[in-house]
Design a protein around this ligand. Structure first.
Ligand code: SF4
Ligand code: SF4
Length: 332
């Protein structure tokens, strides 16, 4: 006979929102969790994701709704007032929508190495549980991916979630497609379930956070006449910061011979050039990288013939300190 599982709230579903960017595996993590809940734990569950442009680096939200077996889930709307939020990339903390709707007794898990707590998290409920997991660091050590670590972290926070069964589902997911990854994912999952920090005194908000329901900037009564677009969108307004997953190129100008090979291979034109010294050897010199546009593919590092560009671990604030803006007049 299967064990009866008691969910935390008898009067409503347990809802989880995974906040991520394309390529970090939030959709797969939500799918594994819901599959384990339905097929192995005897719960009812629903899982779906919303994507932006469906490309690596764009915003992804994955939603999981769990309930007792006897209560059908007929709601397929996005999770607006979650019991748990898991943030796959610390850059997403800059957006208030990432925190929106968290319940006052909710759990907030985010991926970041130990260090200063971002000031944005003061907007969390005072009574919420805040967990920090160095998911990227653990994933790199275990040759796994952050989603396995964060799934372990999430599972480990709630007694009704059976970590053994979720781990079985995770292993089964990979056994068919990538059998070589099963053992490393298992290690990453187990470390996520135990290797985390509980942060105290982070949030200052009282009560549940309001849900985010973005309104269009203009309606039919307020939009400018004549088809004018006062704020045209273009690539200069893009911010690909959240596409980097822990590594970034760093330039040592002493070693640079300004050959431009890095610029030839960069898919996002994020290398900043300036005039060389008057009468000097180079007419144009590489000044640095505009990390606002850098997605961390590291092709520039691979192509650099002198080792002037190196692959470095991205620590908090490093990109902001080293950034050489391409459009200093346009973007602060
Ligand atoms: S490829 Fe290397 S040496 Fe050439 S411009 Fe780029 S950083 Fe400088
Ligand atoms: S890692 Fe290098 S090649 Fe890739 S986007 Fe950044 S600057 Fe361009």
């Amino acid at each position: 006979m299967s064990q009866i599982i008691t969910l935390p709230h008898a009067d409503r579903f347990f809802e989880i929102r995974l906040e991520s960017i394309g390529g970090l595996g939030a959709h797969a993590a939500g799918q594994v969790l819901a599959t384990a809940a339905v097929l192995r734990m005897g719960l009812n569950g629903a899982h779906f994701s919303s994507y932006g442009s469906e490309k690596k680096g764009s915003l992804v939200r994955s939603f999981v709704r769990l309930g007792p077996a006897e209560r059908p889930i007929r709601n397929s709307a996005p999770v607006e007032t979650p019991d748990a939020i898991v943030v796959f990339h610390a850059a997403l903390l800059r957006s208030p929508a990432t925190l929106a709707g968290l319940r006052k007794d909710g759990t907030f898990i985010y991926n970041a190495p130990p260090g200063v707590v971002p000031e944005e998290l003061a907007a969390l409920p005072r009574t919420a549980r805040v967990i920090r997991v160095n998911a990227l660091g653990i994933a790199m050590e275990e040759k796994s991916r952050p989603n396995a670590v964060l799934l372990g972290a999430l599972s480990g926070q709630f007694p009704f979630l059976d970590t053994g069964k979720i781990l079985e589902a995770l292993s089964e997911e990979f056994a068919g497609k990538h059998p070589e990854a099963v053992a490393s994912n298992e290690r990453a999952f187990r470390r996520g379930a135990t290797d985390f920090e509980v942060l105290e005194g982070v949030g200052h908000a009282e009560g549940d956070l309001p849900a985010a329901r973005p309104e269009p900037a203009w309606g039919y009564e307020t939009q400018p006449v004549g088809g004018i677009v006062p704020e045209p969108g273009n690539m200069a307004w893009n911010d690909l910061t959240a596409s980097r997953i822990g590594l970034m190129p760093v330039l040592d100008r002493e070693k640079c011979i300004h050959c431009g090979l890095c610029d030839l291979v960069c898919p996002d034109y994020c290398l900043s050039w300036g005039d060389g010294e008057p009468g000097g050897k180079f007419e144009r010199e590489l000044m640095g990288v505009d990390y606002r546009y850098c997605k961390g593919c590291l092709r520039c590092v691979e192509s650099c013939p002198t080792g002037a560009l190196t692959k470095e671990t991205e620590t908090a604030g490093l990109a902001d300190r080293l950034r050489v803006p391409l459009f200093p007049d346009l973007i602060p």
